[in-house]
Design a protein around this ligand. Structure first.
Ligand code: GLY
Length: 316
């Protein structure tokens, strides 16, 4: 079968290109998604994942990640603050414990016990963005929100010059979700993020929650999310897409129905963006976004292409 990888956002090639050679040579889809996620987590220029991720309101970075190949084979970590590779730790939770999810200090003690190296996640660049945000009196009410306000425009809040910023054409990019299908037709997914910039300390979004940021079932398909976690969580977005595919929907139909449910059940604001990627066991795939701005990366034997999503729900 034709191996392929489908990843959220234009920095997909950073990870997919590293992982694709092994996938083409017969490697397992799980190895491919973990390898791709690890490369992206290590890239300090990507400010929404791993090293270089933007911090919470107190200036501390916390990372969440999840991996999955089947309902009985998944692992996650959340609120990891001192390790650069949460996806690899999530894999170890799946492979070496009876649990699915470890959080905070427990997850870090587990990583220590396995010899994962501790790292500085907060880069000077991310700290400078946070300091600019903190000083902006228009975006802060420290007493009421502990320095956090819902973003009106993520780029303005971050204080980043979108003209000089990498991936500047994507004003609301964040979480990386990677789906892969190997030569045996096996599916796997990984989802990794530093979460919403300037979040309330302690906040965890959709990404490390099985069924929200990621869901994979070899009998039905794989789906993963990026964007505002609070909206994805409420509809169990990735699980819903896979269940719709189980009932016969094509990936694009399942994504559209899920986005329509979000549109119907939430009071959406301009800053809300959600996008999904989905892949069937047969290798059909699609992506879809609530609003324009999202792009996916598809990688196969020809190479990586960064493309517009298959569908966009709201053309504003
Ligand atoms: N989708 C990532 C998050 O909201 O944390």
């Amino acid at each position: 079968m034709k191996p392929q990888m489908l990843t959220t956002w234009s920095f997909g090639p950073t990870g997919n290109d590293a992982a694709m050679p092994s996938l083409l040579e017969g490697g397992h889809a799980l190895n491919a998604v973990v390898q791709a996620a690890t490369v992206i987590e290590a890239d300090p220029t990507i400010d929404s994942v791993g090293v270089g991720g933007l911090p919470d309101a107190d200036g501390n970075v916390s990372l969440d990640a999840c991996i999955m190949t089947d309902p009985n084979r998944c692992g996650a970590v959340m609120y990891v603050q001192h390790f650069a590779n949460p996806t690899q730790i999530a894999r170890k939770v799946m492979e070496e414990t009876i649990h699915v999810t470890l959080a905070g200090e427990g997850a870090e003690a587990f990583a220590d016990s396995l010899g994962f190296p501790r790292s500085q996640i907060l880069t000077a660049e991310a700290k400078a963005v946070w300091e600019r945000w903190r000083k902006d009196p228009n975006n802060i009410d420290r007493d009421k929100y502990r320095g956090w306000l819902p973003p009106i425009n993520v780029e303005e809040l971050r204080g980043v010059d979108v003209k000089t910023r990498p991936h500047a054409a994507e004003p609301l990019h964040d979480t990386v979700t990677i789906l892969a299908r190997d030569v045996k037709g096996q599916l796997a997914g990984a989802c990794t993020t530093s979460g919403m910039a300037f979040k309330v300390p302690g906040r965890v979004g959709d990404s490390p929650i099985v069924g929200q940021g990621l869901y994979v079932d070899q009998e039905a398909g794989a789906a993963g999310a990026t964007g505002t976690g609070e909206i994805i969580s409420g509809v169990c977005g990735s699980f819903l897409i896979v269940e719709l595919m189980r009932r016969g929907a094509k990936p694009v139909e399942a994504i559209r129905e899920t986005l329509e449910r979000i549109q119907k059940r939430f009071s959406l604001h301009q800053e809300h963006q959600v996008a999904f990627v989905a892949m069937s066991k047969a290798g059909d795939w699609a992506s879809g976004a609530l609003r324009p701005g999202f792009r996916h990366t598809i990688t196969d034997e020809i190479g990586s292409r960064v493309e517009e999503p298959t569908m966009v729900l709201i053309q504003d």
